[in-house]
Design a protein around this ligand. Structure first.
Ligand code: 0A1
Ligand code: ZN
Length: 854
């Protein structure tokens, strides 16, 4: 809502009130056309208790044709974005008729056109762009939906639930009628019309019901759906086994679309996906793409219970469904391959995406107190930190306690729209564990810091672990409470390398505490926050030698990885000798551990990660230093890297965890071999590029070449573009690899790519592939002349007029100005000010840009 002065209004959790009217039944009739669609909605409304307000319906961009109350025409008009209807009694049937224009809907919210089909996106507040409705998640309705469309243009007509009737009309149009028996909020409504072909399969549930599964795509893409289908079936079984949750409709449909603002959407019985999370084969998708597809398919499927059967009372509770569902998809992925490597990936994502958010101007708790535009709160905090909070509860309750907690949550709240508090109370009631202090995790923003020191009393044979925690102020939260931190810790003998006693779960509930260990006969080295048991930043007095020691001896794979990463981080931040790091990497290469693990461990922290640990990011110094360390690792261990490269060459392509791990390690080796840009390495990379039988190896070769000055670089880029000119998802990779190049000419190259015929402001994937990737290229986006900032701000303004959600996502890199030197900070602020001063700005962009200037 925009007030009279034109300032967007803040929505507050403290203002929540239950709806005045309920809508138990909805009948929607769509007369579909790309240019114009007529939507007739019949809402059965009932007064909620003694509430006296009129019925207030949300509507945005709708052309109102008529309104009836109990069959009688009313003379009412919308005011701003609401339509108010007086109802004398306690119930009524309200019928509205509106016209909408899918073809010109560039926001991709509501009903829109993509690649010749019509599809919907309603979360969070898109349903109001389809029809007048109380568009809030605590209004649950049973939907009957009739779709009528041209049979040649749109032979397939899909909506939520089960298909109940179909028919042909004499004018070449046809129709389908769908019924969803499960009451749902409007944000889970979906409809699709298109010329689509299915990949079909079936799944028999634990209680013996057969579910018809279908993934709908363009006919040519059907062969690329097999991996997604396999992931769907694995997810359905996994949720039965691990959470006792069975699917609850006769059909499960997935549709892939090329233009989509996010990753995918869990609409009841009709998931709609960004095609990048469905389509894959060896020639066009990397191993990482395959893994992401399985994770997103699982995520959306798991929402059927955590999100759909039990939904959110209001949008402040978003992490109720998202944090829990991310945790569930992380557990699922961990079960499909190496759990340790998945944990490393999850933590890397949290540190790269969420920690900076928690340290910046948009920092918010996983249950925010206020927002201007809810679309801006689909964040790494709500999703990934939300998942860490669930994980900590699982750690504190133990597997049986946690399962009892989720069982109780499903029993107690099935069919309801609830709060994060309801979830925590189920956990407490089922397990008897007191989570009073733990609830701070829902209300507090910011990443706790933990300081850990160890002392040893040789005479008494004891050790003491001294822990203290702090949480810095965040916007609107100057004073922070003490947090409860579940810490898995163990001690290792510095002489024998053996673990001293069992791992312990320490629950730190005070600002500081000392933990005593008995029977400690040798100087101990502490393994801290094992498995990343709490989403915090640990500072310790462990020496470089201690870290090298743990990188060789720790028996927790995450902690072992972490030790080498911290040694790498220390090396990037100091200018001193790095031979201990080189030796530790060499030892890890020889450790005999799983290839996928080694590949992650031996990589240096990114420039962004190292920058986050500095008081002021030294953009150029850090890049120079990191490149020097990489060259040293590449040359000192040259023979080992070549050996790894050759030893991990596969005869033929396979998609097993082992084969993926070997590809990963081999390509990490190639990266180190290329660090010195020597001719043999360049020739090897180019040969790999040309002869690879899969996208992982081809893309890895293109990636290492992209940073190089060798002529093979341009040849490879040209060949790649020619080969994949017809495949939008692969062309996205072609844009990204250039935007992420560390070459000094990247700013100019990105500026040129913005005018490439294949670039488009309207496709969110393409926009993210070029502009989003560039903004994550620390050394080149932060070019000292401010050209990177200007380019991104120009893109924000160009996109805002078309798609505010996509534009808003590009603003946050500029909001990090406090982390940079005064000259860069001034340049970034100037761009933010230019954005905020632009007339007609969306509230999406306004919220992030204005908060970033504070
Ligand atoms: N609930 C989806 C995320 C999502 C949110 C908004 C969207 O449209 C703008 C689309 C998807 C999920 O968690 O996957
Ligand atoms: Zn989700």
């Amino acid at each position: 809502m925009i007030d009279a002065a034109g300032t967007p209004q803040t929505i507050r959790l403290s203002d929540y009130r239950p709806p005045a009217w309920r809508v138990p039944q909805v009948a929607l009739d769509f007369n579909l056309g790309a240019e114009s669609t007529r939507v007739t909605a019949r809402l059965t409304v009932e007064r909620n208790g003694k509430r006296s307000e009129p019925l207030v319906l949300d509507g945005q961009g709708l052309t109102l044709v008529s309104v009836k109350r109990d069959g009688v025409a009313l003379d009412v008009q919308p005011v701003g974005e609401t339509l108010t209807i007086d109802i004398p009694g306690d119930s009524a049937v309200i019928e509205t008729v509106v016209d909408i224009a899918p073809a010109t809907n560039t926001r991709l919210m509501g009903l829109y056109a993509s690649g010749g089909m019509l599809c919907t996106q309603c979360e969070a507040e898109g349903f109001r762009r389809i029809t007048f409705f109380p568009d809030r998640p605590d209004v649950l309705s049973v939907y009957d939906v009739k779709l009528t469309a041209d049979a040649a243009l749109y032979p397939v007509l899909l909506a939520n639930g089960n298909e109940v009737a179909t028919g042909q009309l004499p004018d070449g149009r046809h129709w389908a009628q769908w019924h969803d028996p499960w009451p749902k909020p409007s944000y889970l409504f979906a409809a699709v019309a298109g010329n689509l072909s299915p990949l079909r399969d079936t799944f028999v549930t634990a209680s013996g019901r057969t579910v018809d599964l279908a993934i709908w795509v363009a006919a040519d893409d059907v062969p690329r759906c097999a991996h997604a289908m396999a992931a769907l079936k694995t997810s359905m079984r996994w949720d039965e086994v691990n959470y006792g949750r069975e699917y609850d409709l006769d059909r499960f449909n997935i549709v892939a679309v090329g233009d989509f603002n996010f990753g995918a959407m869990e609409n009841k019985g009709l998931n709609i996906f960004n095609s990048r999370y469905i389509l894959a084969d060896a020639d066009t998708a990397t191993d990482a793409d395959f893994d992401a597809i399985a994770a997103v398919v699982a995520h959306e499927y798991f929402h059927n219970w955590t999100g759909n059967r039990i939904t959110c009372r209001d949008w402040f509770q978003l992490s109720l469904k998202e944090g829990l569902t991310v945790f569930r998809d992380q557990q699922f992925s961990a079960d499909q391959g190496s759990a340790a490597v998945r944990r490393i990936d999850d933590v890397r994502m949290l540190r790269a995406g969420q920690f900076p958010e928690d340290a910046g101007p948009m920092a918010h708790p996983i249950r925010p107190d206020s927002y201007i535009e809810i679309s801006n709160f689909y964040t790494a905090t709500i999703y990934n930190k939300g998942a860490e909070v669930i994980r900590m509860m699982a750690t504190l309750l133990g597997p049986d306690g946690f399962r009892a907690g989720t069982d109780l949550y499903f029993d107690r709240h099935d069919g309801q729209a609830v709060t994060t508090e309801d979830f925590v109370r189920s956990m407490e009631d089922a397990s008897g564990v007191d989570l009073a202090q733990f609830r701070n995790w829902y209300a507090q923003a910011g990443t706790p810091h933990l300081d850990a020191r160890i002392t040893h009393d040789a005479a008494a044979r004891t050790a003491q672990l001294h822990l203290s925690q702090t949480l810095a102020p965040t916007p609107g939260q100057p004073v922070k409470p003490v947090m409860q931190l579940p810490l898995r810790v163990a001690l290792f003998g510095g002489t024998t390398g053996k673990r001293l006693g069992d791992e312990r779960l320490v629950s730190l509930t005070e600002a500081s505490a000392t933990i005593d260990f008995d029977n400690i006969d040798e100087p101990p080295v502490a393994s801290l926050n094992r498995g990343f048991s709490a989403p915090i930043i640990v500072q310790s007095d462990r020496s470089r030698a201690d870290l090298a020691f743990l990188s060789a001896h720790d028996d927790d794979p995450f902690a072992r990885y972490e030790a080498l990463q911290q040694l790498g981080q220390a090396t990037l931040l100091d200018s001193g000798d790095d031979s201990d790091l080189v030796a530790a990497i060499g030892a890890t290469l020889n450790s005999g551990l799983d290839a996928a693990f080694i590949a992650e461990a031996v990589l240096l922290p990114s420039e962004a990660m190292a920058g986050d640990a500095m008081a002021v990011v030294d953009v150029d110094g850090l890049h120079t230093r990191r490149e020097a360390v990489r060259r040293r690792i590449g040359s000192d261990l040259n023979a080992q890297w070549w050996a790894v490269y050759h030893a991990n060459n596969a005869n033929r392509y396979e998609l097993t965890p082992e084969a993926k791990g070997r590809r990963r390690l081999r390509n990490v080796a190639l990266g180190y071999l290329m660090a010195n840009d020597d001719a043999e390495a360049v020739a090897t990379a180019f040969k790999q590029f040309e002869t690879a039988d899969n996208m992982t190896d081809r893309m890895a070769a293109l990636n290492v070449l992209s940073h190089s000055n060798a002529p093979e670089r341009d040849a490879a880029l040209a060949a790649f573009h020619a080969r994949y000119a017809d495949n939008a998802l692969v062309l996205d990779k072609w844009f990204s690899v250039q935007a992420m190049s560390t070459r000094a000419d990247t700013p100019a190259a990105v500026a040129a790519l913005m005018t490439h015929p294949d670039f488009s402001y309207t496709n969110p994937n393409r926009l993210r592939a070029l502009v989003g990737a560039y903004a994550a290229n620390q050394v080149r986006f932060n070019a000292a002349d401010g050209s990177g900032y200007r380019l991104v701000a120009d893109a924000v303004l160009a996109v805002d007029a078309l798609n505010p959600q996509a534009a808003a996502r590009l603003v946050s890199p500029l909001g990090r100005w406090k982390r940079f030197d005064a000259a860069r900070a001034a340049l970034m602020r100037a761009e933010l000010e230019r954005i905020v001063a632009t007339e007609g700005l969306s509230k999406d962009v306004f919220e992030i840009a204005s908060k970033s200037l504070v």
